[in-house]
Design a protein around this ligand. Structure first.
Ligand SMILES: O=C(O)CCCC[C@@H]1SC[C@@H]2NC(=O)N[C@@H]21
Length: 256
């Protein structure tokens, strides 16, 4: 099932936006602002001075790239809240397809990366706050290489080559304009999640998954698991078929 199509740049009802010149990290700003926010809010920054990526890595991106965080109060437990990373990945795929056109190949890499023509173009960093098994708010941080990508030697060995929208397609889009596509797409997929649950999100994500059915490696803190990428489970876990049987993996770095 696919999300209903409407104007891909119409700003969604009931969602706010803040545009900042400079901030340490839009995810940090989201944590600071969250207690006072009464509606889902996109925080976009033209420059970040201390942006972070997954697993404590720094995220370096020049002005002109996209850096924003959606802060929201999701219903449900932390596991359900974490499914927003799939919602964000699908929204990014839609926005990038709209911007890049049919010549570009957009795929998704579990858990949180978006690929353009096989290179990493965007990453997602989910952070939450709360107590007693409840999520008080969720910060969905998104970085997109719109005009420039880090050099290949700036990323970990074995990681995918970073690419940018401009480098791959010649298209230049300002971050504020990209946000309108992304916010509209996120609202469509979020409505699917809240109305129908994870099923349609999972199906749509799998339809765009990179290396589905192929051998991949999942690096965990104490081990690297090699296997065939069978699917993602109903809870979003990666399912690999290994020589020792099936493994469900809740969190890892994936290498092709
Ligand atoms: O490691 C990754 O791939 C995730 C990168 C997430 C970067 C974005 S940029 C906007 C937001 N603010 C941050 O400090 N990080 C995220």
């Amino acid at each position: 099932m696919s999300a209903e199509r409407s104007d891909p740049s119409a700003w969604p009802d009931g969602v706010a936006r803040h545009v900042l010149g400079e901030v340490d990290s839009t995810n940090s700003e989201a944590q600071r602002l969250a207690p006072g926010l009464s509606q889902p809010t996109w925080i976009l920054a033209r420059r970040q001075t201390a942006a972070r990526g997954r697993r404590g890595r720094a995220w370096v991106s020049p002005e002109g790239n996209f850096a924003a965080t959606l802060v929201m109060r999701p219903n449900g437990d932390p596991a359900k809240a974490a499914l927003r990373s799939f919602v964000a990945a699908l929204a990014l795929a839609d926005a990038l397809e709209t911007v890049c056109g049919p010549g570009a190949t957009i795929t998704l890499k579990w858990p949180n990366d978006v690929l353009l023509n096989g290179g990493k173009v965007a990453g997602i960093l989910l952070e939450s706050a709360g107590a007693a098994g409840q999520v008080s708010h969720l910060a969905i941080g998104i970085g997109v290489n719109l005009i420039a990508a880090p050099p290949k030697d700036a990323v970990e060995e074995g990681a995918l080559t970073p690419v940018s929208v401009q480098g791959e397609t010649g298209i230049r889009i300002p971050p504020e304009e990209f946000l309108t596509y992304l916010a509209a797409a996120f609202a469509r997929w979020e409505a699917q999640l809240t109305t129908y649950g994870f099923g349609p999100i999972r199906t749509a994500w799998l339809a765009r998954a990179a290396r589905l059915g192929q051998p991949i490696k999942a690096r965990l803190p104490g081990e690297t698991i090699e296997g065939t990428f069978e699917t993602i489970a109903e809870d979003g876990e990666l399912v690999l078929v290994t020589s020792q049987g099936k493994r469900h993996i809740p969190a890892a770095d994936v290498f092709f």
